[in-house]
Design a binder for this molecule. Structure first.
Ligand code: PMP
Length: 414
């Protein structure tokens, strides 16, 4: 074919794969097939090189030193905050708080906003699909304040019914805290509608964006949420860095989370005054290189056509769902319309842990267990599932490798 006549590929997965050095390795003598990105994504060279460069040439503590290296490290750390701001379309960098992850961000909201503003009898509403990170902090808050934790149900296909959802909300609801995308089912929750319902009842909305930010376009102003949290490591960035976004007015009204350096204005033995947000919530030396690494991950994603990435991930999911459904004894868990590229399943006669161990012998990495969603497992009537999750670097061949490995596992197990 005439080269000039060839239409440019909308998304060149092989080019993307070349950015991820780990994908070239083998496991048990087989090419690595990494299908566990919902647990933690692999890192592109651009992120790895940034971490190496920071530690090799640019590292110093931030916000304190009056010397060149500290000033440039501070500028890079704050530039990462600006990259996050742009990525989620927050209106100010003052609204972007760095945490060590989504878990810490949710605990921060529960421990500060929750303890300051919730009274006995006030209600926090979550859904049945939540990760433990969006359950346990509210239970701790319940035990500390006497507030009530209510659970909105999930449909058998993994979707959320807005009528039942609204029934869980009442005049005492002060907070609705839900996943943007379920890490077990892949359901994309109707968060815009949830925001309207929450606000119509005078409640705030927290979105756990751990999975959502990876697969969906996030504009915190457009979503209409009050808090949005996510972890860097699922977004192709380093571990040890996460984000809490909240409006400046909310952050100003919230008491600090931890006390220490960097979060103060003045300290005397008698009393202390706080720095303005976001510093108020970033006590101690922050994860400097990790924040800069997250900025590099965002630069990397911005260099790609994210609409094409979403189409690619969706095509992987559709291929996986149709091929998995044809494997004898396999039952898909999570089939809500419009879902993201995360697929749980169970296979008759095979415990998910045994299955994952056997798949691993073929180089296929999948997650097995309760996925930090034990209450959801109970509702689904299973103790565990096997989960394949797809990222921008996965290929159709890898989906096929999963299916081949599953057939082999059936020969061993059944
Ligand atoms: N919420 C969801 C939906 C998740 O998938 C995860 C990670 N599995 C978390 C919260 C917790 O994230 P982290 O462990 O990075 O804090």
């Amino acid at each position: 074919m005439n080269k000039q006549m060839t239409a440019p590929l909308a998304f060149d997965v092989q080019k993307v794969r070349a950015d991820f050095p780990i994908l070239a390795r083998e496991v048990h003598g087989k090419p690595l097939v990494y299908l566990d990105s919902a647990a933690s994504a692999q890192k592109p060279r651009q992120v790895i090189d940034t971490l190496t460069r920071v530690y090799s040439h640019e590292y110093a503590n931030v916000h304190r030193g009056a010397y060149y290296l500290s000033e440039t490290a501070t500028a890079a750390y704050e530039a990462a905050r600006e990259k996050v701001r742009g990525f989620i379309n927050a209106s100010s960098i003052k609204e972007v708080v760095f945490t060590k992850g989504a878990t810490e961000a949710i605990n921060l909201v529960a421990a500060t906003w929750g303890r300051a503003f919730l009274k006995p009898g006030d209600e926090v509403v979550i859904t049945a699909v939540e990760h433990h990170s969006n359950i346990v902090p509210w239970q701790l808050l319940r035990d500390a304040t006497g507030c009530v934790l209510k659970i909105a149900p999930v449909n058998p296909d993994g979707s959320i019914d807005l009528v039942s959802f609204e029934q869980a909300i009442g005049p005492k609801t002060k907070l609705v805290a839900v996943a943007h995308v379920s890490n077990v089912l892949g359901t994309v929750l109707p968060v815009r509608e949830v925001a309207d319902i929450a606000h119509a009842h005078g409640a705030k909305l927290l979105l756990d964006g751990c999975q959502g930010i990876v697969h969906e376009h996030v504009d915190v102003q457009d979503l209409g949420c009050d808090f949005y949290v996510f972890s860097g490591h699922k977004l192709y960035g380093p571990t040890g860095i996460g984000v809490l976004w909240a409006s400046l007015a909310l952050l100003e009204a919230m008491p600090p989370y931890q006390g220490g350096g960097d979060m103060i204005d003045t300290v005397t033995f008698a009393c202390t005054t706080w720095a303005p947000p976001p510093a108020k919530f970033e006590a101690g030396t922050p994860p400097i290189a990790q924040a800069i690494g997250l900025g590099a991950a965002i630069d990397y994603l911005n260099s790609l056509d994210r609409v094409a990435v979403a189409k690619h991930e969706n095509a992987l999911l559709r291929h996986a769902m149709s091929r998995l459904a044809q494997v004898p004894g396999v039952r898909l868990i999570g089939t809500a319309p419009g879902k993201a590229a995360v697929q749980s399943f169970v296979m008759e006669g095979a415990h998910p842990h045994d299955l994952a161990t056997i798949l691993d012998r073929s180089g296929v990495c999948v997650r097995a267990g309760h996925h930090c969603a034990q209450p959801l497992m109970e509702i689904l009537g299973v103790t565990a599932t096997t989960r394949a999750s797809f990222a921008l670097y996965n290929t159709m061949d890898e989906v096929d490798a999963l299916i081949t490995a599953l057939h082999r596992a059936q020969e061993v197990l059944l």
